[in-house]
Design a binder for this molecule. Structure first.
Ligand code: FMN
Length: 228
């Protein structure tokens, strides 16, 4: 029995941040496989393990990134998520939290309100996996319910944390959800699957301004009630 949190575990969790600019340094396949194997120890309701991972490297990653970036700027291509990602109409307290991270990010990048060109040129970086050497695309079968999406989140969080054990960084990316039709002809996504989200994986570019973002969290008493 111990009354303090193991420092390594705590550090792996608290040092995780969404990193939005990476070094080009490659990551070996062994490391990627180790991270995914460890992450697959995530719990899932009745152990159904609803995750499917597409690991994009080298040429395939370049092809996928090119198709998605072109589609992002092409008004003729419909970019639509099959399910609501967050909320139809944001309300408090979610609206304020969402706005804060957006403003903080744009301040770092010197993007002024209404500067759509600069905003778009930042957003399109999602489709280049922020220059990370590894891009992950997560798909899920369409008829799996919301509990399976919850299981999936645990798997994805495990990837973020296990990556820290190698000094690697990540950024989960819902942005990829709108690119299903664009990238499924390039990679092997079954017809009955949809893209859950994507993820950048690599070593942080510590000189990049965008990586100086520090996000905040609510105090414990805002989201927790104790009953005795
Ligand atoms: C499911 C999910 C989807 C996300 N999608 C994106 C995305 O498309 N693009 C992006 O830049 N960040 C994305 N993020 C990162 C969030 O903005 C980030 O987790 C949040 O602002 C908290 O910051 P932190 O991860 O640095 O602690 C996503 C995070 C999650 C969990």
């Amino acid at each position: 029995m111990t009354n303090h949190m193991n420092e390594d575990v705590k550090k792996a969790i608290t040092s995780r941040r969404s990193v939005r600019k990476y070094l080009s340094a490659e990551i070996s396949k062994d490391i990627i496989e180790d991270i995914l194997n460890v992450s697959a120890r995530a719990p899932s309701g009745t152990n159904i393990q609803p995750w499917n991972v597409h690991v994009l490297l080298g040429n395939t990653k370049s092809k996928v990134c090119k198709a998605a970036s072109d589609a992002f700027f092409d008004p003729k291509i419909e970019k639509k998520n099959e399910r609501i990602h967050y909320m139809e109409n944001f309300r408090e307290p979610y609206l304020a939290r969402r706005r804060k991270v957006g403003w903080d990010l744009y301040q770092l990048l010197d993007i002024k309100k209404g500067d759509y060109e600069k905003t778009k040129s930042f957003h399109v970086q999602n489709f280049n996996f922020f220059d990370a050497p590894v891009g992950l695309i997560f798909t899920i079968e369409k008829d799996l319910g919301w509990m399976s999406w919850l299981d999936y989140g645990m798997f994805i969080q495990n990837i973020c944390i296990a990556s820290r054990a190698y000094g690697l960084d990540t950024c989960p990316q819902a942005a990829w959800g709108q690119m299903h039709n664009v990238i499924s002809p390039i990679i092997d996504i079954d017809d009955n699957h949809i893209i859950h989200c994507g993820m950048s994986l690599g070593y942080e570019d510590k000189n990049a301004e965008v990586n100086k973002l520090k996000t905040v969290r609510e105090e414990l008493n805002i989201f927790t009630k104790f009953y005795e």
